[in-house]
Ligand binder design. Structure first.
Ligand code: SF4
Length: 377
């Protein structure tokens, strides 16, 4: 099974977005240059043939042209066998020159952190681009010859009506997109929005309104030819993100960069998040600060909890082949309970099920299914 390659760029320019609790540090050009040099050394010594490459962050698009040249050069030798190579970008950084540079190197998928096409909502979220920059970014990427373009959008933002959300999404769908990731806004404690919430400055939308927004989006996307292949992910047929599918289907992966996680030969490893320490150690195995050998039963539990969030759900025979675990016979009462609650449905016949997946209603309660699978297996 060919592993996936994830490269983490831990920098963001000018502080954090109001909702974000991902690990990132302010962009520092010299540190960034040193970091991509270190990635280059590691990639030159890496012999794996990767199934996919994904450069994420942070904000990869904040890198300078010369840092990009170093990074793309280092990745290029791994790119020929890769089926997909994605780069995450923020709309305000997208230029024709950068898009062409990525295309020339073999990047064939761009994921844009758009979050919204509404000026007021962008301001509330602490994003730095304008709605027109977001639309323009999609067109620049397409014009450079990269056909596979995804955007992230946030919904469930306080004071946002269903009508406004529908209008925003309908506007997004006039763009030449192949993929959308939709996420409900969450108010994490150590974020600006989390602090505003605890001060009482914000009244979050009620859960049923957020659910309504999700269902409206799923309907609209389906009517426009997008397939929901995971709770938050919708793609034109054949344009599903292979990298994320790889995670959900249990492929091994190598994560390079501060705070990056790898999963290889049944061992999960996390690298130090501190950029200066990472640089002092020159990355690689030396930068691993946590190592955990996952017991097979635990690994199977985790895999089931993730896989159930995909539209295909879990095929028991395939799951047994992959994890050596008989999910049906070890968890049947728990699964039956979720089926009874309308969250899951059997595939095959109820008497002889071949698998299990979320019902349409279950897509709103997937966390319940995931937690149950984690504890029941
Ligand atoms: S949302 Fe993205 S751009 Fe904003 S702070 Fe978080 S990682 Fe950086």
């Amino acid at each position: 099974m060919r592993p996936l390659l994830y490269i983490h760029i831990p920098f963001c320019d000018r502080g954090k977005c109001a909702y974000c609790d991902f690990y990132s540090v302010p962009y520092e050009p010299r540190q960034a240059a040193a970091l991509v040099e270190s990635y280059g050394r590691e990639l030159r010594m890496t012999t794996s043939h990767f199934r996919t490459i994904y450069i994420g962050g942070g904000t990869p698009s904040v890198l300078s042209r010369s840092a990009w040249a170093t990074l793309l050069n280092a990745c290029r030798r791994h790119a020929s066998g890769a089926e997909e190579w994605t780069v995450e970008m923020n709309p305000e950084h997208v230029t024709g020159t950068l898009a062409h540079m990525l295309k020339e190197s073999g990047v064939n998928r761009i994921s844009l952190g758009v979050q919204s096409f509404c000026r007021q909502k962008l301001r509330c979220l602490g994003r730095r681009h304008s709605p027109s920059q977001a639309a323009e970014a999609v067109n620049i990427v397409r014009k450079a010859g990269i056909q596979n373009v995804s955007i992230d959008l946030l919904f469930g933002v306080w004071e946002e009506s269903l009508k406004e959300w529908r209008r925003e999404l309908a506007g997004a769908l006039t763009l030449p997109l192949t993929h959308l990731s939709l996420y409900a806004l969450t108010y994490e404690r150590d974020t600006l929005l989390g602090r505003r919430l605890s001060r009482g400055d914000i009244t979050p939308l009620a859960d049923d309104i957020v659910a309504e927004q999700y269902l409206a989006a799923a309907d609209l996307l389906r009517s426009c030819g997008f397939v929901r292949y995971e709770i938050s992910n919708f793609a034109r047929p054949g344009r599903e993100c292979l990298h994320n599918l790889g995670y959900w289907q249990g492929f091994p992966y190598l994560g390079i960069g501060p705070s990056a996680v790898s999963f290889l030969n049944g061992v999960r490893m996390r690298r130090t998040a501190e950029v200066s320490r990472y640089l002092a150690l020159d990355g690689g195995a030396a930068a691993v600060c946590e190592r955990e050998k996952l017991p097979p039963a635990y690994r199977a539990r985790e895999a089931a909890a993730v896989l159930i969030r995909t539209s295909q759900g879990i095929d028991f025979a395939a799951f047994r082949r992959r994890y050596g675990y008989d999910l049906l016979n070890t968890t049947r009462p728990g699964l039956q309970e979720l089926v009874g609650a309308g969250i899951l449905e059997w595939t095959g016949s109820p008497a002889r099920p071949t698998g299990v997946r979320l019902t349409s209603e279950g897509f709103l309660r997937a966390d319940t299914a995931s937690s149950a699978l984690l504890s029941h297996t």
